[in-house]
Write a protein that binds this ligand. Structure first.
Ligand SMILES: [Fe+2]
Ligand SMILES: [Fe+2]
Length: 217
């Protein structure tokens, strides 16, 4: 079913509603968390306090990434020129909502907290998503593909840093990495353009600032 084009006022209301649901509600996943499918850990392999803190910090970084994904794809959906692409970005935001819910649940289990700067991350990512969409649908898809590729590499680095005994967090990150690779591939298949090197570099630098900050705040 094709979604009707919303008026500017309706778009603003929809964007505000989506932001509030991302930042202030308990997200409901459409898929069971991969952590819940893992066997109960052996009591002899319980995480130390230091390991729990480190895992919670890494999962907080990943949660921020998913907050940004919600903002990016919502903005790109709102500003997409073709109705098909609007639907595709809306669907992507729904799939990313699973990642948002899984990381939030895991942070809670580890006794950690989500980033205090989430409203700031969301606002910044929303502005970037709007800017990408204004460049046209092919550039917007190219931006999506590059974002997903960078997230995939980042998640791979987290698999190397997460405590070996934290099988629950590792299962979540592994599934997310798999999903992000598919999202990148889908964006390319839909005609995403390759972004110029300076744009890719700027995205990497912005992501580095975000991940370093979210590790602590
Ligand atoms: Fe994701
Ligand atoms: Fe993704």
């Amino acid at each position: 079913m094709r979604l009707p084009r919303l008026s500017l006022f309706d778009q603003l209301i929809a964007a505000a509603d989506h932001a509030l649901r991302t930042l202030a509600s308990d997200p409901r996943p459409s898929r069971v968390s991969p952590a819940d499918a893992m066997p109960a850990p052996d009591p002899g392999t319980a995480l130390s306090l230091r390991e729990r803190r480190e895992a919670a910090a890494l999962m907080r970084v990943n949660h921020v990434g998913e907050v940004c994904a919600q903002a990016l794809y919502d903005a790109q959906a709102l500003a997409a020129r073709s109705p098909q692409l609007r639907e595709a970005f809306g669907k992507a935001a729904l799939e990313e909502a699973d990642h948002l819910a899984w990381t939030q649940q895991r942070i809670n289990e580890l006794g950690g907290h989500t980033s205090l700067l989430n409203p700031l991350w969301y606002s910044g990512a929303f502005a970037v998503g709007l800017a990408a969409a204004r460049l046209g649908d092919r550039a917007s898809l190219g931006f999506m593909a590059e974002t997903e590729r960078q997230v995939e590499r980042h998640l791979q680095s987290h698999l190397e840093r997460l405590p070996a005994a934290d099988t629950a967090s590792r299962a979540i990150v592994e599934q997310m990495r798999h999903d992000e690779a598919q999202h990148a591939e889908a964006a390319i298949q839909r005609g995403g353009a390759t972004l110029p090197f300076p744009a890719r570099l700027a995205m990497r630098l912005a992501a580095r600032v975000m991940t370093k900050t979210a590790h602590y705040i």
